[in-house]
Design a protein around this ligand. Sequence first.
Ligand SMILES: [Mg+2]
Length: 237
Amino acid sequence: MISAVLFDLDETLLDRTTSLVAFLGDQHSRFAAGLGSGSFETWRDRFLEFDARGRVPKAVVYRSLLAEFHGDASLAETLLSDYRTRCSRFARPCDGMASTLMLLRAKGLRLGVVTNGETEFQARHVEALGLDSLVDAVLVSQTEGFRKPDAALFRLAAGRLGVELANCLFVGDNPVADILGADAAGMATAWFRCGQEWPPALPPTPGFVIDRLSDLLELTNQDPGPKKLSPRRATWP
Ligand SMILES: [Mg+2]
């Protein structure tokens, strides 16, 4: 029986791209004189390409952008510090975040967030989204000493909520770190695909696929068919 739902943060609860683009507009307007040639739109688009959905360290992203646009290279550290301290001011939740979390909690499910990232940076986003009052535990990789897809972090999360791994459903957008990682640790999974295709080089997604957070509410009300669940999958309460 599923008794806890664990969530990734970026692009799962936090609409990271929308939030980041809003921050970049603000940052570009404040530092425009030192950012070199090109419009904000080209700077923004190249930032998102270098960033690769958050997989590339922002120190690398800023150095690359300043080099490409012939900006003031000495600004890299300032821009990075500005990103770390101000980005969360622009945090926007994914559609239905708060209502879905409240309704899942009303079903008696324990809730948690498990995110890779820097402790202070992620804590600011957790606070900005109001997640402290919506979930029962937040685990950040830098704090815990393990990163997804390391099974140790999933085990810690289940333990923090006081539930067995097999009774957890993990929800995330990253096929490897979130879905294959949680599956290998023994959790059920729901891939939040966000318009992406499942990478053909990977084994098929082992669990559910959702297009919006509110789909989790429907999952709790349906009889999960055998095509969506592997044999060891838990059943809903
Ligand atoms: Mg993510």
